[in-house]
Write a protein that binds this ligand. Structure first.
Ligand code: AOF
Ligand code: ZN
Length: 333
């Protein structure tokens, strides 16, 4: 097994939960068996939940041992304790590829590096060093137990994956999201698939602010909540010079949400993870704040009139996923 093939699987797994792990980083991990076969591919899904390595080790253990006791567990303390007392040397021929150096510390969950050390794997491939001073140093711990460690596997890709995490600790991370048809149209009716809309709702649940243009609110009358996944609704900043809105729409009546109507975007500075929705005017006004763009492209033509075509931008694709829609994560060049 070429370690960069395993790392590609780990990176793709992590991208599935990009931004959804806020305030934690998106991380992926893969376990590789004795003959180079892939035993497991896993990601960190949610802050407070098991780290990527823990899911990958859980699944590899289940396959290698045939013991199904922890197969469905999402309790990181339980998985750590169970693996420590039941591994029986089963990992000595297993290698791992992880997009981020395993954490050395105990935070909301116990240390991955201490677990890997105690299980005694063969080799550890790492893309990026953990930039969090409290959690870094995991590789030294693992090396101390005789596990070979190799850094820098697909490091550029690992760094892109980590970019939001590197930013949102000290300044807001802002992404502009839109759905479009193949003809570029972004208006009228529902454009993207149910799965894509559920993904957007999962993102809204994690964001602490949504910014939207006044005209989009007047025309679309959106609720901007996370009802499709039973999640929380973030605060809303309606960017408009004119405060006249139909206040009876649900957007204004969600408990525990603040709605601001302002002609400045300065309020973004007070938040950590911010999604902007809107058309070309909104994209241009917010240009200096936007870190990434996220587009859902639906395999449809016709039915709309507006596009983002008045904006001039050239993007680098960070990650693409093809399902019933195409999901493109991009960054301005
Ligand atoms: C890993 N694997 O999958 C992730 C890591 O509070 P905790 O216990 O969840 O720890 C969060 C910190 O751990 C986070 O700030 C980052 O440094 C690291 N995240 N580490 O080994 C993972 N998500
Ligand atoms: Zn960890």
């Amino acid at each position: 097994m070429n370690p960069s093939h395993a790392m590609t699987l780990a990176l793709n797994a992590a991208w599935e939960y990009q931004l959804l792990t806020f305030p934690n980083p998106a991380v992926g991990a893969v376990c590789i068996g004795e003959h180079g076969e892939i035993l497991s591919v896993a990601a960190h899904k949610k802050a407070g939940g098991p780290h990527a390595e823990v899911y990958a080790l859980r699944d590899a253990y289940t396959i290698l041992s045939g013991d199904k006791a922890i197969i469905d567990s999402d309790d990181s303390h339980y998985i750590h304790d169970y693996l420590r007392s039941h591994h029986n040397g089963i990992f000595k021929t297993v290698s791992m590829a992880v997009t981020l150096e395993p954490c050395s510390h105990s935070g909301k969950t116990p240390s991955c590096a201490l677990l890997i050390r105690d299980l005694g794997i063969q080799k550890l491939y790492i893309s990026m060093k953990d930039p969090n001073p409290i959690a870094s140093g995991g590789a030294e711990i693992v090396k101390g137990a005789g596990v070979a460690c190799e850094f820098g596997i697909l490091e550029d890709e690992g760094e892109k994956l980590l970019e939001p995490f590197l930013k949102w600790h000290y300044t807001p991370f802002v992404f502009f999201k839109w759905a479009q048809r193949l003809d570029g149209s972004i208006d009228k009716g529902s454009i993207s698939s149910v799965t894509s809309r559920e993904h957007v709702h999962a993102l809204r649940d994690r964001c602490d602010l949504i910014v939207i243009g006044g005209n989009t609110v007047r025309i679309d009358r959106p609720t901007l909540d996370a009802r499709l996944i039973g999640g929380n609704a973030p605060d809303v900043l309606i960017y408009s010079r004119n405060a006249e809105f139909d206040r009876s729409i649900p957007l204004f009546h969600i408990p525990d949400r603040q709605v601001f109507i302002e002609s400045s975007l300065d309020r973004i500075e007070q938040y950590a993870l911010v999604m902007i929705e809107g058309g070309s005017a909104m994209m241009e006004s917010a240009s200096s704040y936007i870190d990434w763009c996220l587009s859902y492209i639906a395999p449809k033509i016709g039915g709309g009139t507006q596009t983002l075509g008045t904006v001039q931008e050239d993007f680098e694709v960070l990650h693409a996923k093809i399902t019933d829609n195409i999901i493109l994560w991009m960054k301005k060049r």
